[in-house]
Write a protein that binds this ligand. Sequence first.
Ligand SMILES: NC(=O)c1ccc[n+]([C@@H]2O[C@H](COP(=O)([O-])OP(=O)(O)OC[C@H]3O[C@@H](n4cnc5c(N)ncnc54)[C@H](OP(=O)(O)O)[C@@H]3O)[C@@H](O)[C@H]2O)c1
Length: 231
Amino acid sequence: MSDDKVFLITGASTGIGAETAREAVKAGYKVALAARSVGKLAALVDELGGKETALAISCDVTSVDDQKRMVSETLAQFGRIDVVFANAGIGATAMGTEQGDPGNWRDMILTNVYGLVLTAKVTLPHLKKSKGHILLTGSRAGRIALKGSVYGATKWAVTGYGQNLREEVAGTGIRVTLIEPGMVDTPFFDERKPHALKAIDVANAVMYAASQPPHVDVAEVLVIPTPQAEG
Ligand SMILES: NC(=O)c1ccc[n+]([C@@H]2O[C@H](COP(=O)([O-])OP(=O)(O)OC[C@H]3O[C@@H](n4cnc5c(N)ncnc54)[C@H](OP(=O)(O)O)[C@@H]3O)[C@@H](O)[C@H]2O)c1
């Protein structure tokens, strides 16, 4: 194994994933960046210092084959995987059950739940070797009741799966962290959210968890914007 630690991120093309990639490189990691928008990933690789430091991987997380290739390309380039940030996710196109769109529900469940679980499945053998760390992007929406929210239900699934995964890997040295942001101002929304968290705030939470010593598993990080004063 090479000595350089490797940080693999899904949903790395924009928002929280891209910002975490920047922070991971600052912290000395090599980064493997997976998403569907290869043009954005290529620009980020350039920004982060080129192929010595960063690798762009075309990957739709809903595809098992894409995720297997994501791992093999990462290993071919960097030789190991130390930290995995399963972060790819999409939101609802319409709110609630009556108004919601079943096609969008399917996409959300496949991306936010099935895709995230696949990321864990394909990376666990390599995290066992490195005694590594997997972080899952859940949400505050996976901790509270939101009227009719299927998106929230996908994030409740992430909360539950993260806890179950921690039980599964107990004794292997692998750490499991749930990252649970409140609203973040990212391309997740069509309009800007000036009072929300910034992507860097969530990236800082990820790096806090990832930088703890091996005996410390930061189990969950719930990070929300400070409530604004009324009026
Ligand atoms: N923004 C918020 O308020 C907020 C709050 C709590 C949790 N979250 C969660 O945070 C995570 C990141 O979201 P964000 O706010 O940073 O939004 P974002 O900027 O829209 O980022 C979403 C990322 O997921 C990727 N992605 C979506 N579908 C994918 C697929 N099928 N395969 C591979 N990659 C896919 C996107 O890349 P491509 O389109 O290029 O594939 C993009 O890189 C998501 O899981 C989201 O649910 C967001």
